[in-house]
Design a binder for this molecule. Structure first.
Ligand SMILES: [Zn+2]
Length: 257
């Protein structure tokens, strides 16, 4: 790729704000302009959603939607770095978008104070370019993946538990597997949440930051996609591993295409 001069539409402040992106030949002014013209829907403003939202807002994603029906609790602050102590009791989606607005006031920030369900996800997802799932339960992750399959949206999906995390990119509309190809069925054993299993707070930061990176790579078409691979990270052994994931032709969500 060649370097592109910043577009004329950039203000002096934009050029300063995004200068470290624009300096990268792989992004340049053209790439930054693309980010500003892009929309991302983030499911869950929790431990994963916090670094995802902060890095995407800092990167200048022009329109960011945040879906979360919960309120900030004191027990969230150990890892959910979007929030401050004074936010306890406030709706997470509202507090999150206020925090992002303070970081980057030029962005369009859309709080969706609702629970993501199969009934509302198609409509929500349809109006965004790409989806990032940082939710904390299997039923939401399945519903988000199914809606992304139907709406042909790329999904970056992360999960964490205790000292471990995993991440993948799903784009079955481009020949890759979907989330149900990875987990055909959730078992009760797998379904333990942070509330019951515990989580080292910084682990959500690692996986959430990797998720934000993969979103930016997909939007800018940079490097190798994580589609068709699952990345795992174990904090205790400081080990990253990845394994190949192929589409399941019998998958109830994306099979028989
Ligand atoms: Zn599938």
């Amino acid at each position: 790729m060649t370097d592109h001069p910043p577009a004329l539409a950039f203000s002096q402040d934009d050029i300063l704000r995004y200068s470290r992106h624009i300096l990268l030949p792989e992004i340049g002014g053209t790439g930054q302009e693309k980010l500003l013209d892009t929309s991302v829907l983030i499911i869950g403003a929790g431990g994963l959603g916090s670094p995802i939202a902060l890095y995407l807002a800092a990167a200048g994603i022009g329109r960011i939607g945040i879906v979360d029906h919960d309120h900030v609790e004191l027990s969230n602050l150990q890892r959910q770095i979007l929030f401050e102590t004074r936010d306890v009791g406030r709706p997470k989606a509202t507090a999150a978008t206020e925090r992002l607005h303070a970081l980057n006031p030029a962005l369009t920030l859309e709080p969706h104070l609702l629970k993501a369900t199969p009934d509302n996800l198609d409509t929500l997802i349809r109006s965004y370019d790409i989806v990032c799932d940082g939710s904390d339960n299997f039923s939401t992750r399945y519903a988000v993946s199914d809606a992304c399959v139907r709406q042909k949206r790329t999904l970056v999906s992360g999960a964490v538990q205790r000292f471990e995390g995993q991440l993948s990119t799903f784009r079955p509309h481009r020949g890759g597997p979907c989330y149900r190809c990875l987990f055909p069925d959730a078992t009760p054993e797998d379904a333990a949440s942070c509330a019951t299993a515990g989580i080292l707070g910084a682990v959500t930061g690692v996986i959430g930051t990797l998720a934000a990176t993969e979103i930016l790579k997909e939007l800018l078409d940079l490097g190798e996609s994580l589609s068709g691979r699952v990345l795992t990270w174990d904090a205790l052994s400081t080990a990253f591993r990845s394994f190949t994931l192929t589409p399941d032709p019998t998958c109830p969500s994306c099979g028989h295409r």
